[in-house]
Design a protein around this ligand. Structure first.
Ligand SMILES: C[S@@+](CC[C@H](N)C(=O)[O-])C[C@H]1O[C@@H](n2cnc3c(N)ncnc32)[C@H](O)[C@@H]1O
Length: 416
């Protein structure tokens, strides 16, 4: 790597820090506009940009400000632990002086929010919810990048076949600890051209997300709705659990996301999945489906704070006001989706948030307003699915404990 790469990285970082929009989309655009970089250089730039986003407040403290170049120098010296000699080719004279100054800076007495690398409001919420020690452990576990988890598509393959193939390629693949269909690769690698991916034998899916599909526990021949299907990660997992029988409706307000689901559907070999764009949760199209479903999954739009290993920019973008708006939306979607459930059927509410406001509080308010639904123990359902994981009545996955993204889920059953 050379000074030119560092200059380009600081341009990409300035865009990600200074403008609205998701970091991955901005970085994608940057690479499309800078085709001169090869795979190795792109990897380096992405790692540096994400590395800074994960430790932004710690690095800003060390750098003295948020100048992207100073943040990058601080990341190289204090997070990556590079010596000044190792950085000789990469830094210009002025940057070498910054590096020296940053290396010598004491970090004694840093505030907990800076240690956790969270905005103050978010640190306060996590601390009051989990206690200081666990909140810090959760936050720190998200300073690292996530492993690459794959889901084996049981309609086309099995876990042994996929494990054997990746291990013959020396990819260091392992079975995931909880999901019976999961495989974990230690390194992020480009999987899109892998023959098993092209053939639809595998999908990229975090183990936590796979567990949510198992928690829905759809059976062969049933009517299932995925109310917020997005690009269909959980729809595809559920369709495979149903062994391509029954009927699975994938709803979403985003035509673009459902279009992406369509692309993945072709590879999956599933024919039991029907996607439908809705205008909102109160789309009149839904009326004819009231009381028809054995299972309805609401994988609600949320703050995404459980996915900070992948999307570290979210912690700097969300505001307390966003959380208030999201909880109102989550409640409205859950309330409407509940009408689709048939007697004896189940409604599953899920988020990838860590905040009680979006999780337990939404679930409790729903139960209070809908006495015809009762809460079902998530650990018991998972045990029936051969998954040994007991996080209590609710499913609560935390990155520092389960090495998955942070997820919450509550299962409600409509009494006969
Ligand atoms: C957490 S994402 C879903 C992820 C998806 N289930 C998966 O596993 O890949 C939430 C989704 O809710 C959708 N959404 C937002 N408002 C909605 C609404 N009122 N009704 C249905 N879907 C909605 C968003 O477009 C987004 O795709």
């Amino acid at each position: 790597m050379n000074q030119n790469i560092l200059r380009s990285t600081s341009i990409a970082l300035a865009d990600v820090l200074g403008n609205p929009g998701p970091a991955d989309a901005k970085l994608g655009k940057f690479f499309r506009e800078h085709r001169e970089f090869g795979n190795k250089e792109r990897g380096w730039i992405a790692e540096a940009v994400y590395g800074v986003l994960r430790r932004r407040s710690f690095l800003a403290y060390l750098a003295g400000n948020e100048d992207p170049r100073r943040l990058l120098v601080a990341w190289l010296v204090r997070v990556q632990g590079n010596s000044l000699r190792e950085l000789d080719e990469l830094l210009n004279q002025q940057q070498k002086e910054w590096a020296q100054e940053i290396k010598a800076k004491s970090t004694d007495g840093l505030s907990p929010a800076i240690q956790a690398d969270l905005p103050e409001w978010l640190w306060e919420r996590l601390e009051s919810q989990y206690g200081a020690e666990e909140a810090l452990a959760i936050a720190r576990s998200m300073h690292k990048s996530a492993s690459l988890d794959l889901r084996v598509n049981l309609v086309k393959s099995n876990r042994d076949e996929v494990l054997a193939r990746f291990n013959s390629e020396k990819a260091g693949a392992e079975a995931t600890p909880y999901s019976p269909t999961g495989i974990r690769l230690p390194q992020r690698m480009s999987i899109n051209r892998h023959p098993f991916f092209v053939d639809g034998k595998i999908e990229v899916q975090d183990e936590g997300s796979q567990l949510l599909a198992l928690l829905v526990a759809p059976k062969r021949g049933e009517m299932i709705a995925d109310f917020c299907a997005g690009a269909g990660g959980k729809s595809l997992a559920m369709g495979a659990l149903m062994r391509n029988t029954g009927r699975l409706y994938a709803f979403d307000v985003s035509e673009k996301r459902l279009h992406n689901l369509g692309q993945r559907l072709k590879r999956s070999g599933l024919s039991n999945l029907h996607s439908q764009v809705i205008s909102s949760e109160s789309d009149p199209k839904l009326k004819r489906l009231n009381g028809k479903f054995n299972r309805v999954l609401v994988d609600a739009p949320c703050s995404g704070l459980g996915t900070l290993r992948r999307n570290p920019d979210l912690k700097w973008k969300q505001t307390p006001n966003d959380i208030t708006e999201l909880t109102a939306k989550q409640t409205a979607i859950l309330t409407r989706a509940a009408k689709l459930v048939k007697a004896g059927g189940r409604l599953i509410y899920a988020t990838c948030s860590l905040l009680a406001e979006e999780n337990e509080q939404v679930a409790e308010a729903f139960l209070a307003a809908h006495p015809q639904f009762k809460l079902v123990n998530a650990a018991e359902i998972l045990a029936q699915q051969q998954v040994e994981l007991d996080t209590g009545t609710y499913l609560k996955l935390l990155p520092h404990q389960h090495e998955t993204d942070g997820f919450f889920a509550a299962v409600f059953e409509l009494t006969n």
